[in-house]
Write a protein that binds this ligand. Structure first.
Ligand SMILES: Nc1ncnc2c1ncn2[C@@H]1O[C@H](COP(=O)(O)OP(=O)(O)O)[C@@H](O)[C@H]1O
Ligand SMILES: [Mg+2]
Length: 227
């Protein structure tokens, strides 16, 4: 087993059989010691954060498997804070795909002249490129195809999967009186088959969830869901 990447919140190992193991750390992103899921730097360490993120991820990947949605998930060991997954090649240097049900965050910062905070959005999908130095800029389908990051068919698959996956998460939360405002997903191509797969994680740090109009912090959310 060899470490192939040290991420902000997870370490990535390649196993002998060519699959990948993700180790969920207790490091969370933020700035000046304040937890901020949208930040691009590690801000602080919170005991139990890795375990909580993995529990939520395991739960949602299980739901997606039931729905027949292709993901990288193989299995998880919550006590060891590890998750085994199929190896994927990311698009370019990695993309983030966001699905928005209400206008908050960077959407509102960019389009505030046309949108009000909390305004409903119809599962609006947008893609950003993972580039910490350039603050993860948004990118259009034409630019993605033109730059050779993915082809038009892959973009359409990615968008369709994003709507399906986000819908599953939204419904699961709604059943518990929680409302999903937005969610951020990652995709890759299965290293063996080339199939477009959901990769990475689905945890509190990847979404904004509200209860009765009030924002629920990621760790609070994980606690609400799994005690
Ligand atoms: N199935 C997979 N195959 C290959 N790489 C993956 C897979 N799932 C997730 N990754 C990558 O592993 C890394 C996880 O570590 P993380 O701390 O989240 O990194 P980052 O700081 O880049 O967000 C990410 O770069 C993610 O793209
Ligand atoms: Mg990450």
């Amino acid at each position: 087993m060899k470490r192939i990447y040290e991420g902000k919140t997870k370490d990535v190992y390649e196993l002998e059989d060519g699959t990948i193991q993700l180790k969920f750390k207790d490091d969370v992103t933020g700035e000046d010691g304040v937890f901020d899921p949208g930040a691009n730097t590690v801000g602080l360490t919170i005991e139990g954060a890795g375990r909580a993120g993995l529990r939520m991820t395991e739960y949602f990947f299980g739901k997606l498997a039931e729905a027949g949605i292709p993901t990288h998930f193989i299995g998880a060991d919550v006590d060891r804070q590890t998750m085994n997954v199929r190896k994927a090649d990311v698009f370019g240097k990695g993309l983030e795909v966001i699905c928005r049900y209400r206008a908050v965050g960077s959407f509102l910062r960019r389009y505030g002249a046309y949108a009000e905070e909390g305004q409903p959005l119809d599962a609006f999908v947008e893609v950003t490129i993972k580039d910490d130095e350039r603050q993860d800029p948004p990118i259009s389908k034409d630019a993605l195809v033109g730059l050779g990051i993915l082809d038009a068919g892959e973009y359409d698959t990615l968008k369709e999967l994003t709507k399906q996956i986000s819908g599953v998460v939204k419904d699961e939360l709604a059943a518990r009186g929680l409302e999903l405002y937005d969610i951020k997903l990652e995709f890759g191509r299965d290293a063996e088959t080339g199939e477009v797969l959901l990769i990475d994680e689905i945890s509190g740090g990847n979404m904004r969830v509200y209860k009765d109009g009030e924002y629920i912090e990621p760790l609070k959310l994980e606690q609400l869901l799994f005690g």
